[in-house]
Design a protein around this ligand. Structure first.
Ligand SMILES: [Zn+2]
Length: 201
């Protein structure tokens, strides 16, 4: 028996999620549609609502419900430090670890020529122009410590050092385990990686 075309399309889309292979995608599709379709209906409504109600902070590009995020609006945050992350999820993880009380900037991904993602596709120019209005002492590049994340951090540090002479540019220590993804590190490990951060030379 062949899979209905719409199910094949759904499985192909689900398989695009990180760490979801074809088999897991098939399992998710059947689990949400076979026997009881309430999960699929709920998901469909929630995705539609999320797409309609969420947008990006106009300053830091975090995914939020308003024009500006709570962190950019919070005048008690340390405005001498800014942490660059790949995605909004990283902000929540770093906030949970209580390692950092400064500002953030979300790149919206990492440089990946294979996937067609070039520096101009990321929020890098907006970061460089944002920095002109901030009086920063340090910028911490907290991309995931894997090949693409490291390459992006290196590119970014070169750009920053060319444009901003006195700015200290650091990255997290090498302590993030498990395939080099921040999302797999627990709060303690993340806190440690922040505390022991090193200067990018
Ligand atoms: Zn913001």
């Amino acid at each position: 028996m062949r899979l209905p075309a719409v199910l094949s399309q759904l499985i192909a889309e689900l398989a695009k999620f990180p760490a979801i292979g074809h088999k897991s995608a098939q399992k998710l599709a059947f689990a949400s549609l076979d026997n009881n379709q309430q999960i699929a209906k709920n998901l469909s409504n929630l995705f539609a609502s999320a797409i309609e109600n969420l947008s990006y902070c106009l300053t830091c590009f975090a995914l939020i419900e308003n024009k500006y995020c709570a962190i950019c609006e919070d005048k008690t945050r340390d405005r001498s430090r800014l942490c660059v992350v790949e995605d909004t999820q990283s902000i929540f993880l770093i906030e949970d670890s209580k390692a950092f009380n400064g500002l953030y900037h979300v790149l919206g991904g990492v440089i990946s020529p294979i996937k067609g993602i070039l520096p101009e596709n990321l929020n890098i120019n907006s970061l460089l122009s944002r920095l002109k209005d901030l009086d920063l002492e340090e910028i911490i590049i907290a991309t995931n410590p894997n090949i693409e994340g490291d390459a992006t951090a290196y590119y970014l540090s070169q750009q920053l050092q060319t444009s901003f002479d006195d700015l200290k540019v650091t990255k997290l220590s090498e302590g993030i385990p498990n395939e080099g993804y921040i999302e797999y590190a627990d709060s303690l490990t993340l806190n440690d990686a922040f505390t022991k951060r090193t200067k990018i030379s």
